[in-house]
Every structure is written in C-alpha cells, then in structure tokens.
Design a binder for this molecule. Structure first.
Ligand SMILES: [Zn+2]
Length: 201
C-alpha cells in the first residue's frame, strides 16, 4: 500500500545540504552500474532541482548528501528553443532536459575565459563572479549508457564546470576573488553553523 502511494506521489524531493556538510567537501566515487537506486536518485534529484524553494539549473549528488559522480541539469530556455550561437553540447543536451548524467569529466578547456555571476543551492545568499574557461569539452554518460564527448559553452558549459567542481569537493566560493570571499564570509559561516546544528540534532 505504501509503495502504491509513493508511486502515485511521484519522486520525493530531498534535502539540499549546505556549506558545513561533509559531503560537499569529499571527492565523489564514480557510478559503476546504473542500478534501480541510481535511477531513483536521479529522479529525486531532478525534482529537488526544479521544485525546491530555490530553482536550480544544476544539482550534483553531493548536494543531497550522496558522494557519487552524478549530476542533473536544466539550463534550457523555457520554450525549449536553443540560443543563437549555441555549441554542439547545448544543441544535443538542452532539448533532453532535465537530464541526469553520470561520471562527467572535463576533457579540455578553451583558453578564452568568461566571468559571470554564480549562485549555488548549497550556499543560499552567497553570490559573486567566477572566471572560468568559456568552453569545455565534456565527456559523460546518460543513465541509458549513451556516452558522449562534446563541446559545451554558454550557461551549460559553466554549469558543467560548477557541478563537476562539486564532485571534487570544490565550491564556487573557493573560486571567488579574495574581496568577494570576504564580502560573503559572514553568510558562509552562518550557513555552516546552521548546517552543523542540523547535523548534530
Ligand atoms: Zn552548486
């Protein structure tokens, strides 16, 4: 009976863990097999990304406290149309969003960089600008075993870099200038204190 109710309700949201949670600072393990649990986690991560108090364009498994190399993305425009000048990666992946990917890796990065404002569901209230390569070649697999290696730019390229950082225990705060880190320091500490209190309760 409980199972039927769960199916009727659909995948349940998960708690997004915040700065101070140990999962955010660990190196995550590769996903070896796409099990039923992995598929369920992907569905729940997508719901968490899209239906939370804050809507994200990406979410990495460590952000729900699970140190596995899986991310979900939703960087497409609302009407599903791809932007002018979109890279091959945007054209391939955006029509399939929201999408879950396993074991994403940066194969190579462009020399040109871009500076944009970033935010993170695990660092609510923290913002600042991050300079990253403008384009990256990404290798990843879908849950159905499709592998691709493709050039990604724009918001998608940035999002991949931000989410892959999470899989390596890196937060965008680490990449802010010293001045911007200082500006966000108090809020970072406040989030950390709240998270630790939650973990200990
Ligand atoms: Zn993030």
């Amino acid at each position: 009976m409980l199972k039927i109710l769960e199916q009727l309700r659909g995948p349940q949201k998960m708690r997004v863990v915040c700065n101070g949670h140990p999962a955010l600072r660990k190196n995550s393990a590769p996903v070896e097999n796409v099990t039923k649990d992995i598929r369920e986690l992907a569905e729940r991560m997508i719901v968490t990304m899209l239906k939370g108090e804050m809507v994200g364009v990406g979410l990495a498994a460590p952000q729900v406290g699970i140190n596995k190399r899986m991310i979900v993305l939703h960087t497409c425009l609302k009407d599903g149309a791809s932007r002018a000048g979109a890279t091959a990666g945007e054209l391939l992946l955006e029509p399939r969003m929201p999408i879950a990917l396993i074991n994403p890796e940066i194969v190579s990065s462009s020399e040109e960089v871009a500076t944009e404002t970033e935010g993170c569901l695990s660092l609510p209230g923290v913002d600042g600008t991050v300079t990253r390569p403008e384009q990256v070649v990404i290798q990843a697999s879908t849950l159905d075993g499709e592998n691709f290696q493709i050039e990604c730019g724009g918001l998608l390229g940035r999002c991949f870099q931000h989410e892959i950082d999470h899989l390596n225990g890196v937060l965008f705060y680490d990449r802010l200038s010293k001045t911007e880190q200082k500006k966000n320091y108090i809020i970072m500490k406040k989030i950390e204190k709240q998270e630790k209190r939650r973990l200990n309760s």
